[in-house]
Write a new protein. Sequence first.
Length: 76
Amino acid sequence: MSSYHSQQQKQPCTPPPQPQQQQVKQPCQPPPQEPCAPKTKEPCHPKVPEPCHPKVPEPCPSKVIPEPGQQKTKQK
């Protein structure tokens, strides 16, 4: 029975050092979360001007595209 006790004491002694190293890696992961916050703000800005701009220029340029097509036939 005494041999069982000595083995149990050695096991819990080796695992502790491993979890301690993992704790040092955890603080390294939180920093990447910071750049995640600004990423949500970026898509928020372009989402407003994007749909607003293309909606106005889209119908405008579409009228200019057919015009140059007629000019090509005149040149022929």
